[in-house]
Write a protein that binds this ligand. Structure first.
Ligand code: ZN
Length: 169
């Protein structure tokens, strides 16, 4: 006698839509971000839309899997680069009178558009930092896979996820 085969769960592979919860901490044990404060993250596996080290760890997992991974900066947001710290005159900013430390601006660079943060203001000199705020840090992710399914043709052609956790809500 052969019973019904157990329904096989889909494993995470290229073009799978993966929905997962994560909690992100640094080496000091400080909480940086948790999806549980907002909603689970959904992405299309294999197209580089999440950081490389995390995408590699998710490969082959399935719904219900939980894991913990510590990523070196190279597998996360990269090392910090001093070249991305620049000092410029206040007049280079459109809203020169409203500048404050911590403000973020879009800036054009050789790599396209980036976000820079004002890190200091001394008189007329404004210093901005174009490093990702998490660059140079090892990051630990606690992950729980919520759902794995095949992407639709429409999602693949758009390059992003549709539905409750996706675009066009
Ligand atoms: Zn779309």
């Amino acid at each position: 006698m052969v019973g019904h085969p157990r329904e096989r769960q889909m494993q995470i592979e290229d073009n799978a839509v993966v929905t997962f919860h994560y909690t992100l901490t640094n080496d000091q044990g400080e909480l940086i971000e948790s999806s549980k404060e907002s909603s689970a993250l959904a992405y299309i596996h294999g197209n580089g839309s999440i950081i490389s080290g995390l995408e590699a760890e998710l490969e082959g997992r399935q719904t219900g899997d939980k894991f913990n991974v510590r990523l070196e900066p190279d597998d996360a947001y990269g090392e910090r680069s001093d070249e991305l710290v620049q000092t410029m005159p206040r007049s280079a900013f459109v809203d020169a009178d409203d500048l404050d430390v911590g403000m973020a601006f879009r800036a054009l660079s050789d790599d396209g558009e980036t976000i820079v943060h004002v890190i200091s203001i001394e008189g007329d000199q404004v210093t901005v930092d174009g490093n990702h705020p998490l660059a140079g840090q090892a990051l630990t992710f606690d992950v729980e896979v919520e759902d794995v399914r095949q992407a639709t043709d429409e999602e693949l052609s758009h390059g992003h996820v549709h539905g409750p956790h996706g675009a066009h809500e």
